[in-house]
Design a protein around this ligand. Sequence first.
Ligand SMILES: Cc1ncc(COP(=O)(O)O)c(C=O)c1O
Length: 364
Amino acid sequence: MSKYWNKLINDIEPYVAGEQPKPGQKVIKLNTNENPYPPSPKVKEALDSFNPADLRLYPDTNSTIVMKAAAKFDGVSEKNIFCGNGSDEVLAIAFQTFFEKKAFTGLPVLMPDFSYSFYPVFSEFYDIRRKTIPLKEDFRLDPDDYIGVPNCGIVFANPNAPTSRAIAVLEVERIAKANPDSVVIVDEAYVAFEENYESAVSLIGKYNNICVIRTLSKAFSLAGIRLGYAVGSEELIEGLKRARDSFNSYPVDRLAQTVAEAALLDVDYYNETRSKIIATRKRVAKELAGIGFTMPPSSANFLYAKPPVDCGTLYQNLRNKGILVRYFNKPVLNEYLRITIGTDDEMKALIEAIKEEVKNAENS
Ligand SMILES: Cc1ncc(COP(=O)(O)O)c(C=O)c1O
């Protein structure tokens, strides 16, 4: 509390990011869904040929080189792309652009009860009413729950986080079709982690109200540069630019633009690393099930797993062993660990540590 902060800042409960190790601290970091593999070798080439003298100039407002690369990657026009400083920023701008403030509407933005925990924070911060829609008991999002419910917009992650489950693009389409007066934000941060994934980008030519949010933090191994983008109709993209230019007209720096372009153009490398992660996930899911964990089927680069022992204690004991996984100390969520898929060696160390902990718990 501070008398210098306004009421909003005094009242808000900010988003809490996953624990970051201290500089120099050695840990196995499986708590923020980063990619365990380095970015494409093309990124290094791009950095090596980057001229530091260019840093005296402001970057291109629209990140045109990234827009072009993303448009090629997604098979759309560059007019359908909007770039920002990480998808968190793109999401924040989308909330401000497409959803209405309480002062102007009684209608809420609809979001799942268990989803990316930044969504409720954004709705508080931008003073947007929200209605949380319960997921089914098996963490499935049921499109019917988003049909016929008055709203000023809809947001969900697909695959969802932290639950790891995905719905088919046909189901996303049903939601968008049934809500033609609202924008449906589909956050596809983890979409790449299914072998033959479908993206809601395929719907944007047909529906003006779908805004797909993408990030380079996960499948492109670039959490460190902060680059996210939106894909949507020209009408939606124009709105996002109006909001951006009322806030920060140079959100993506020159280095990030150079790096992002190189990564987006190296589709072979993207496919190689995501395949490795998918293979490791399948194997680890089986191993955890063998130890007595239960978990929904994952379409993401993490598992949402319920241990056969006390979850909070297991989380803490793994942490003491230098293995960070994500634990949300809230009802229902506190029965599960969200475990990022790391390298095979990291996962081997994790499984060994878990086996030891489960054995200790059983013997105590
Ligand atoms: C569902 C979801 N959306 C968006 C983000 C933010 O990603 P970025 O690094 O692009 O800001 C995350 C990060 O973990 C996420 O889990």
